[in-house]
Design a protein around this ligand. Structure first.
Ligand code: GUN
Length: 293
């Protein structure tokens, strides 16, 4: 039976570490601040932004959430970013994705001051990450790396197979884990929708990361005995029995897979809380960077 990797517990440790540094900054008269921007009514985004804001409050980061309607223009959002870039008490800017179709995400991301880009999505920060000189690592892949290290599953020398090449998780994770640096040094295979024999490749993984957004895609016959399985999927599936009418499942068939793994993350309570913890870490870093500490 695989060990359940407790993302909530590990993220709490990171939050404690961040909080003590935030307190230290406060004693020097600096309060770190994060502004989250939420456009439209994508229900999961509302939940995520709420969780991020609550976590900021828990560690003493000043949290501001700015909400805009679904029909907000690109121009309006870009001018808002210009204002936030200028506000010295705003150290981190987070624009929750996805954005409505009339707004080009890349334009918005590129408008954020890279020193305030706590998501690590700006091309400057992506470039620095690839060069091995990261300033801000994107929160979910960064969280997965921390989760592996802190659960005693160092990726060094391991064959990591990542399912999904998205810009938010799969692609940056492949860079981070293959880097010649502590927490890296893995051999990485990045699989996607055009990959042949995805099941056979998955089965070769020492560490298997499922990040393609397909509910229960990873079945027992795709997992090697003794593998570590990291499930990034958060999928809502209809469930008339559930209070909200739906329940959350990952990209992995947890019940079918768990007993052959060395360790596995649950959904919820695995990767999700780590994303939030790393956002707090990045906001602390942004405040220190801007105050030249
Ligand atoms: N949408 C899904 N994940 C993320 C994230 O990490 N940051 C932002 N800004 N939007 C997201």
């Amino acid at each position: 039976m695989g060990e359940i990797i407790d993302g909530k517990k590990i993220s709490s440790q990171i939050k404690e570490e961040v909080k003590s540094k935030i307190d230290e900054l406060k004693s020097r008269g600096i309060t770190a601040g994060l502004t989250a921007v939420l456009v439209g009514d994508h229900p999961p985004s509302q939940v995520y932004v709420g969780m991020k804001s609550k976590a900021c409050q828990q560690v003493g980061i000043n949290s501001e959430v700015l909400k805009f309607p679904q029909d907000t223009s690109e121009e309006k959002l870009l001018s808002l970013i210009d204002d936030l870039n200028k506000r010295s008490e705003v150290h981190g800017i987070l624009v929750q994705l996805p954005l409505p179709p009339q707004i080009a995400e890349d334009k918005v991301i590129q408008r954020i001051d890279p020193r305030k880009d706590v998501d690590g999505f700006h091309p400057f920060n992506v470039g620095m990450m690839i060069a091995g000189e990261a300033v801000f690592l994107p929160c979910t892949p960064f969280g997965i790396q921390e989760l592996l290290l802190r659960s005693g599953n160092d990726p060094s020398g391991q064959h990591v197979v990542i399912l999904g090449r998205g810009n938010l998780v799969g692609r940056p994770l492949s860079v981070i884990l293959s880097q010649k640096a502590p927490g890296g040094n893995a051999t990485v295979t990045l699989c996607h929708s055009r990959t042949k024999n995805i099941g056979e490749l998955a089965k070769e993984a020492d560490i298997l990361v499922a990040a393609m957004g397909k509910p229960l895609f990873v079945k027992r016959d795709m997992v090697k005995e003794g593998a570590v399985v990291i499930d990034v999927g958060v999928n809502r599936i209809d469930d008339p029995q559930a209070k909200k009418g739906y329940r959350l499942v990952g990209d992995v068939d947890f019940e079918g897979v768990k007993d052959i793994t060395k360790a596995i993350t649950p959904v919820p309570g695995g990767v999700g809380p780590m994303t939030v913890a790393m956002l707090l870490f990045n906001t602390l870093k942004a405040a220190k960077l801007q105050k030249e500490i």
